[in-house]
Design a protein around this ligand. Sequence first.
Ligand code: C2E
Ligand code: MG
Ligand code: MG
Ligand code: MG
Length: 283
Amino acid sequence: QAKSKGKACYEFFDIDMHFNAVKRLQLETDLRVALKEGELDVHFQPVIDLTDRTIVGFESLVRWNHHEQGFINPLDFIEIAEETGLIIELGKQVLTRAIHEISRWRQQNEKFSQLYVSVNLSPKQLENPELTNDIFSLLSETKLPAYCLKLEITESILIDNFDVAKKVLNEFNNAGIEIMLDDFGTGFSSLSYLHHFPIALVKIDGSFVNNMFQEATDLAVIKSVKILASGLDMEVIAEGLETEEQFSKLKQLNIEYSQGYLISKPLSGEEITQKLSTGSLNW
Ligand code: C2E
Ligand code: MG
Ligand code: MG
Ligand code: MG
């Protein structure tokens, strides 16, 4: 009896795995088409200066409105893109879009000339020998100053690919493109290696901000990251800002910047253009 039940479970599991594999393959095929047809979109989330609440820049976040499944979580299709190599094309499209948008926005008003856009880079992109050339070409095509583009990477890139990361990140840094360390606190957080890399900004993962009043350790992490960053001459961005209480606390801790639903969710390019047309950087 137990044996036959076990077998039934096994078969069920097998079908389930098969189903997932088929679904994944279909998604890969669809993603390939979407990239070819230019169906991916990019949204932009404002980042504010916590001292005066003004917008200093925008994070680019890829969006895919699948014809059958609707909006798919970027983390799901980025994983597939990363595994299939499609991330190179995806990344190029996001970089191109982001750089062109920020070029237009900063020309809308003299007050906007210091605004930047940040772009998330995956490990495969950083290993792509054409990345630096692609980015420098985009900057010269659009005549965008290097300080208007920032690149977000995660800790795992630094650990898994120390030498390549160091070389490429130094090239960007020497050209004036600042590097941000994303999702800080969620990885290994072996802080000792950070000084090997030219990191200008550390982004504290939203999960810490989310729980800062419920979990003493999360508040402790935020405080420690701020102390560490100051010691290494880096600035801090707190992600996932959702309440006024969090805003006040982060400001009190002298965290420099923040982003989150309290200020704005990620918006389409057209929505950002419209908001900026008011001439204000206080939304
Ligand atoms: P991330 O880079 O850490 O981006 C922040 C995520 O937090 C975004 O999710 C954003 O929509 C979400 N978020 C912003 N404010 C709040 C808030 O107040 N509360 C909460 N709960 N969430 C907030 P999203 O857009 O779903 O992106 C998820 C992840 O996918 C990103 O995390 C990033 O790792 C990756 N990703 C997105 N776009 C790209 C891309 O173009 N290239 C690469 N390589 N990765 C990307
Ligand atoms: Mg990011
Ligand atoms: Mg992040
Ligand atoms: Mg995150």
